[in-house]
Ligand binder design. Structure first.
Ligand SMILES: [Zn+2]
Length: 92
């Protein structure tokens, strides 16, 4: 995904590729999932960060595995590396 300018219409900043770490909590799930090395695009000016649709879908899939809405699951913290866990092909 090549983004030429910031998704914020009022911003003139240039986005660049980066890797981010995000922690996800889901209502009804006692499991907190942290995913490292998520490919993202960050604006150099306003720090607005976005992930593409493919990445978003993959994150949702990973969260779906661990964050069952099942109160029988014990509280837990899960840490994943996106590069290792994701099924999508990473751009070289
Ligand atoms: Zn911006």
């Amino acid at each position: 995904m090549a983004t030429k300018k910031c998704l914020r219409s009022t911003c003139r900043g240039k986005p660049r590729q980066t890797r981010i770490t995000e922690t996800y909590k889901r209502k009804g799930s006692p499991v907190v999932v942290t995913i490292r090395n998520i490919p993202a695009v960050i604006c150099a000016a306003c720090r607005f960060t976005t992930v593409d649709d493919e990445t978003f879908t993959e994150i949702e899939r990973l969260l779906g595995i661990f964050q069952k809405s099942d109160p029988a699951w014990p509280p837990a913290k899960v840490e994943l590396d996106y590069k290792l866990a994701a099924r999508v092909k990473q751009a070289a």
